[in-house]
Design a protein around this ligand. Structure first.
Ligand code: SF4
Length: 151
């Protein structure tokens, strides 16, 4: 993980969306901000609004009820932004695959950059998944720097 944190240009602000999960993955995300894992020591901060977030963590397989809400949350985030799916449900649908009440998995609804597998994944894996999102954010910032140099 140090590899990713070496290139961390700024503190990452992270927001979450439960798109229909059983809450198991969400509990592991809460563990990430507990004193034992304390992601804020890496500069990663959970924020309550997508308008302030760089990274969106999604849990759950995306029920039909949540499809438009998930899209709206994604659209409210400023660019550059990255999406991390936490858990097998959101990554593939898992045991709920092809359920009558799903529009998911998550990449059927919004673009996904990092998949963190597990049911639920351990907090270490979730923290690494968020750190990997830095790679995407950096690649999106790069062309802007080139453009600035040309003008
Ligand atoms: S991946 Fe497992 S723990 Fe996470 S939401 Fe799905 S069933 Fe629950």
């Amino acid at each position: 993980m140090e590899r990713y944190l070496d290139i961390l240009p700024k503190s990452l602000w992270v927001t979450t969306c439960n798109s229909g999960s059983c809450n198991g993955c969400d509990i592991e995300i809460v563990a990430c901000i507990s004193p034992r894992y304390d992601i804020e020591r890496f500069g990663m901060k959970l924020v309550g609004t997508p308008r302030h977030a760089d990274v969106l963590i999604v849990t759950g397989p995306v029920t039909k009820y949540m499809t438009e809400r998930l899209r709206r949350i994604y659209e409210q985030m400023p660019d550059p932004k990255a999406v991390v799916v936490v858990g097998n449900c959101g990554s593939s649908g898992d045991v709920f695959y092809k359920s009558y009440n799903l529009d998911g998995p998550v990449d059927n609804v919004i673009p996904v950059d990092v998949y963190v597998h597990g049911c639920p994944p351990r907090p270490e894996a979730i923290i690494e998944g968020v750190a990997k999102a830095v790679m995407k954010l950096e690649s999106l910032r790069e062309p802007k720097k080139v453009g600035e140099a040309e003008s």
